[in-house]
Design a protein around this ligand. Structure first.
Ligand code: GLU
Length: 478
């Protein structure tokens, strides 16, 4: 049988980088093994699940290029099936009704706290007789369904990332709740550990790859698999993504949703490439920058680290800038033009826009840098103080007047050679270094001392008919 992998997001928030990285590892493994990557929307928590989050998750995955192979399954549509299975577990005697009230639970927690013990359910309703159960129901008490976990049961599995993992029943918090509270004979809506096992089995999932925060859930789920005589999938638990302080990356770490990365101007290919490096790395000597298809060929779960993966903005920025550098300029221009249109900055021609794109392409880290980098070509910038000092100290007024005189004589648009000639002629005439004149011109054009290639920038300004006027305006100030 073909491998079947899945992502099972809960639509209770925007697509998070952690979920996206889990999706990516599942996707890569499915591709590598020519299997299928599937989606199941775990929307049984009706109070927190929202259709707009499902939409956001699906759109985010599509944007990242993590396509899925079958229609997504909505877990909420399978609640009745889950209930039938819970009933089966009750009939088997491996699960039971627990009538513990909120107050009783709270009291238990307080006593445990007072005695310095970790919170653990004490299974006090485990041994009820049929008639006791009946009378509790008749009294109008509500109940949850719990699955028996014996303290001495041993759960062992081979994790594809972590090797052998062992758990003891006593460390799983007591008998596990399978369903929410309900009255009478009813079974409340199913909870995660039950639903995930039933649905993974239904979807014939062969490999479960998810975050290490699910390890203890896996131990619990294996008990359910065994009770239902389902075949176990292969489990893999990926390392968590950590912030710079080594703590789990959370909403407090400013940017965590895929939408935000998109808005900041990260390219999907760069972001997925970076995400593969959160916990995995190619063998030494192999390039870190590779397409997902190429990575899927060399990716292997046994090469995924066990230790947490620190999120490194510098690395992400470097990877993004490499993707931008290597992008087809026409394609990049099509992106940039949207930013310019939003700012209401008009380009004189497509060729001009392409030339500007080419000029700044290598200095863009995230797409929205295009605004700062291209603004001086659309808007006259105020001179910064350093520039004013420079112009005054070097007495460049006569140089700039000279440039205006030469430019005024020329009728057609200027080119590289003509600019070189002007610079040569004026620097000889005034006996100054070329760099003084070039710096003065850069200030006159753009208001500052640094920027992209001066001659190319000048040609662009000249094509907009703004070089002369900008020099003139600068002269008016100094
Ligand atoms: N809905 C769970 C989550 O989002 C799924 C975990 C799993 O992959 O089993 O954490």
């Amino acid at each position: 049988m073909k491998n079947r992998l899945r992502l099972a997001p809960s639509p209770t928030g925007l697509l998070h980088i952690g979920t996206a990285r889990t999706a990516l590892f599942n996707w890569l493994y499915a591709k590598k093994t020519k299997g299928k990557f599937l989606l199941r929307i775990e929307d049984t928590d009706l109070s927190r699940s929202k259709p707009e989050f499902t939409k956001n998750i699906l759109e985010g995955l599509s944007w990242l290029g993590l396509s899925w192979d079958e229609d997504p399954i909505n877990q909420s549509e399978r609640i009745n099936v889950h209930k039938v299975i819970i009933k089966k577990l009750l009939d088997q005697g491996v699960a039971y009704r627990c009538f513990m009230s909120e107050e009783e639970s709270q009291q238990l927690r307080e006593t445990q706290k007072k005695n310095g013990l970790p919170p653990k359910h004490d299974n006090r309703y485990r041994g009820l007789s049929k008639s006791e159960i009946k009378s509790f129901i008749n009294e109008g008490k509500s109940s949850v369904i719990r699955f028996k976990i014996d303290d001495n049961v041993q759960i062992t599995w081979h994790d594809q990332i972590r090797g052998e993992i062992k758990w003891l029943g006593k460390d799983l918090g007591g008998d596990m709740v399978l369903s929410r509270r309900a009255y009478g004979d009813d079974i409340g809506s199913p909870l995660y550990n039950l639903a995930v096992v039933v649905d993974d089995n239904f979807m014939n999932i062969t490999h479960v790859i998810r975050g290490e925060d699910h390890i203890s859930n896996t131990a619990k789920q294996i008990l359910i698999y065994k009770a239902l005589k389902y075949e176990l999938p292969q489990f893999s638990h990926t390392p968590l993504i950590l912030n710079s302080e080594g703590k789990k990356l959370s909403k407090r770490d400013s940017v965590t949703s895929i939408d935000e990365f998109r808005e900041m101007g990260y390219l999907p290919d760069a972001l997925t490439n970076y995400m593969t490096l959160l916990g995995w790395s190619p063998k030494s000597g192999e390039n870190e920058i590779q397409s997902l298809d190429d990575i899927s060929r060399i990716f292997d779960l046994k090469d995924v680290n066990k230790a947490g993966a620190k999120f490194n903005w510098e690395k992400l920025n470097w990877i993004n800038s490499q993707y931008i550098k290597n992008m087809d300029t026409n394609e990049l221009f099509n992106i940039f033009i949207k930013y310019w249109e939003k700012e209401k900055w008009e380009i004189p021609s497509r060729k001009w826009g392409l030339d500007l794109t080419l000029l700044i392409q290598d200095s863009i880290v995230v797409l929205k840098d295009v605004i700062d980098q291209s603004k001086p070509f659309f808007k006259l910038q105020e001179l910064d103080n350093k520039s004013i000092d420079f112009l005054k100290e070097n007495g460049v007024k006569s140089l700039l007047i000279n440039v205006i005189e030469l430019l005024s004589k020329k009728s057609q648009t200027i080119d590289r050679n003509y600019i070189k000639e002007i610079i040569e002629e004026i620097s000889i005439k005034h006996n100054i270094k070329k760099s003084i004149l070039m710096k003065s011109l850069r200030i006159a054009f753009f208001g500052c001392l640094s920027g992209p290639d001066l001659i190319k920038s000048w040609i662009l300004l000249s094509e907009k008919g703004e070089d002369l006027s900008r020099i003139q305006k600068c002269l008016d100030i100094i």
